[in-house]
Ligand binder design. Structure first.
Ligand SMILES: Cc1cc2nc3c(=O)[nH]c(=O)nc-3n(C[C@H](O)[C@H](O)[C@H](O)COP(=O)(O)O)c2cc1C
Length: 234
């Protein structure tokens, strides 16, 4: 709370300043320099999806934990923005993820398919930002994604709509038990809302920390004939 909003008997300014100082000290200590692989934009391929594949492979080979985790930002037509972590499920000319089309993200995607994806591989000082348009993949891809999931997570996905409040714990338990039975009796069952989405990229930016304090940024923008490239000021 800022000092002007406090009554004199609740003047915590001194305390707040000390807290801020110690938090700043804490954050300063947290700055550990990443081991930066070499990245020369002049040597980068013409196709950014190929470069993404190289970086993802380097992240997997380099032991980056959960390198397939990415942040997906979506927005409504009125400009409300939300972001959450998801797993990258596949990569061809598009970035694939899977979720419920009835979830808040699914509903936003229905209204506004434009999205941003961000990967951060901190052990290698790398970030990749993707802009693009999401669309639903074929039904058989969604089904293959769903049936490959652990039976328990399939049961959770069909027991109740994603992101709805749990009002009654007993009811939730009963729904989950019913869902587990359903999955056990039909291993191929896929709910209609489970959807494999593909994000066709319109721009991809690669960000690399260097061993100094610099960063190298290379951005690709989709054109009718291919991709334009530009290095960006950090
Ligand atoms: C590492 C990680 C991976 C996740 N992967 C997925 C995923 O692949 N699909 C999914 O629907 N939710 C996934 N989640 C949960 C989402 O972050 C989110 O809580 C959920 O999809 C509901 O989002 P929404 O309310 O914005 O629709 C993951 C969460 C974490 C932390």
């Amino acid at each position: 709370m800022s000092p002007e909003h406090q009554s004199p008997e609740h003047d915590n300014t001194q305390h707040d300043n000390t807290e801020h100082q110690s938090l700043r000290d804490l954050l300063r200590k947290a700055r550990v320099r990443a081991e930066a692989p070499d990245f020369d934009p002049d040597e980068a391929p013409a196709d950014p999806v190929g470069l993404f594949r190289e970086w993802l492979t380097a992240a997997v080979d380099g032991g980056v934990p959960q390198p397939e985790a990415m942040t997906l930002a979506t927005s409504s037509p009125t400009g409300d923005v939300t972001a959450r972590t998801l797993l990258l499920k596949d990569l061809d000319d598009a970035f694939w993820f899977a979720s419920s089309s009835l979830s808040p993200k699914g509903r936003q995607l229905n209204q506004n398919p434009r999205v941003a994806l961000t990967f951060y591989w901190r052990e290698q000082g790398r970030q990749v930002r993707v802009l693009g348009e999401a669309s639903r993949g074929p039904r058989d891809v969604s089904a293959a994604d769903f049936t490959a999931r652990h039976p328990d997570s399939r049961a959770v996905a069909i027991a109740q709509r994603q992101s709805t409040p749990i009002d009654d714990a007993q009811d939730a338990e009963a729904r989950l038990a019913e869902a587990k039975e359903r999955i056990a009796s039909d291993d191929e069952f896929t709910p209609d809302d489970w959807t494999a989405y593909r994000v066709a990229p319109t721009a991809i930016e690669f960000w690399q920390a260097t061993t100094g304090r610099d960063q190298v940024r290379l951005r690709y923008d989709r054109t009718p004939d291919g991709w334009d490239r530009a290095t960006l000021w950090p």
